[in-house]
Ligand binder design. Structure first.
Ligand code: ADP
Ligand code: MG
Length: 375
């Protein structure tokens, strides 16, 4: 009978392949925004302004005062694997900037209408360009597909319109505009805590006043106070800790010698701001940054919740901000960079040391500053 006969295998259309791949990187407005924020921070921005319409589904606009993009680079900006952050394969394991594969803007051009206005310090005017499916396209029918000169400040504005207009399944998986907007605010809030020297503003197109606004020269505890409130801020403990290799135990292989710097080389380091036993919340708020990138780690979260279960009443949860610096060499590059859940070398050992430090600090309700030496 017919149902037992194999159907012919066909090649998917190129445009469909690109759309599927893009959908794996860009899940929703907040994940597009995360990529764009990281680009702004990579570009050295000290001011980032986000404007949103319909939860980012209609419009997501992000303006920075960073280094800008050179006019000459605009034609290939939205091509896949075009990046200014990686040039050789060995860079891949050493890279410390946020993104590094040149996929974010390309992906957005496959699932949305992407426009860019940008100006470097050296350029006398700004340039505007539109992209579709990886290519520079004309702004209006009949115009040539070339960047157009226009007025503009130093820095870059990225405009994402009609996200998922060509991927109805993605579009229908999204929640209401207000829920998507609150996810956007959540991502910005977390980056604003982690980057207290950068001013962040976020507003809806329709609203005259911003929903989030931070100053440009703050410190992490002040940013936490502003964004998460007084009851958390007044109950914060602080710890700075990590692990260094002993200077005399340096194995001095060729690779180590490539790295200039201090005699006792840091294997990893961490800084945390976390609530003491006097603070109780219904749900854990956990901000985790690894090498400046907002990520998730179920393992670390579970371990820290276990620590707090020893000091908080049942059902009560903490606020924890944790920033980890790990040698990029030790972060698993096989995990796709946009996957939020990360893995790194010696995850268990590092997690244990983080737990121990917080535990001790909570027990004495005091700040701690511990550097363990690797033996
Ligand atoms: P990646 O960040 O991995 O390089 P992206 O697709 O996110 O890939 O960006 C591609 C390139 O576009 C970046 O390497 C950078 O040179 C440039 N770029 C993107 N956004 C900005 C920005 N806001 N300011 C300056 N340059 C940017
Ligand atoms: Mg990027």
């Amino acid at each position: 009978s017919a149902h037992n006969e194999p159907l012919p295998i066909r090649r998917l259309q190129e445009s469909l392949i690109n759309r599927i791949a893009a959908g794996e990187i860009i899940h929703r407005p907040a994940s597009a925004l995360k990529e764009l924020l990281e680009n702004c921070l990579d570009a050295g921005a000290t001011s980032i302004r986000v404007t949103v319409k319909d939860g980012g589904m209609k419009l997501l606009q992000i303006q920075d005062n960073g280094c800008g993009i050179r006019r000459a680079d605009l034609p290939i900006l939205a091509e896949r694997f075009t990046t200014s952050k990686l040039s050789t394969f060995s860079d891949l394991s050493r890279i410390t900037t946020y993104g590094f594969r040149g996929e974010a803007l390309a992906s957005m051009s496959h699932v949305a209408r992407l426009s860019v206005v940008t100006k470097t310090k050296l350029e006398t005017c700004a340039w505007k360009a539109h992209y579709l499916d990886g290519l520079l396209v004309e702004g209006k029918p009949g115009q040539t597909a070339e960047p157009k000169p226009c007025a503009g400040n130093d820095g870059t504005t990225i405009i994402i319109e009609d996200l998922f207009y060509n991927t109805p399944t993605r579009l229908s998986a999204l929640r209401s505009a207000s829920e998507e907007y609150s996810r956007i605010l959540d991502v910005i809030t977390k980056y604003a805590v982690h980057n207290p020297k950068v001013s962040f503003v976020c507003k809806k197109v329709s609203s005259p006043s911003p929903d989030l606004s931070t100053p440009s020269s703050s410190e992490v505890p002040q940013a936490i106070r502003l964004l998460y409130g007084h009851s958390i801020a007044k109950n914060l403990l602080h710890a700075k800790f990590g692990s260094k290799s002993k200077p005399d135990e340096e194995d001095g292989d060729k690779e180590e010698q490539l790295e200039p710097g201090s005699a006792d080389r840091e294997l990893w380091s961490a800084e945390a701001h976390f609530t003491n036993a006097n603070y109780q919340s219904k749900k854990t708020v956990f901000l985790l940054f690894i090498n400046q990138r907002l990520v998730e780690s179920a393992r670390i979260k579970r371990a820290l919740e276990a620590v707090y279960s020893g000091v908080l009443p049942k059902g009560a949860s903490p606020f924890i901000y944790l920033s980890l610096q790990i040698n990029p060499r030790d972060v698993d590059v096989n995990v796709h960079p946009t996957k939020k859940e990360v893995h790194f070398l010696n995850e268990e050992g590092i997690t244990d040391q983080i737990s121990d430090t917080l535990q001790r600090s909570l027990a004495s309700q005091s700040q701690s500053r511990v550097f363990e030496y690797q033996t």
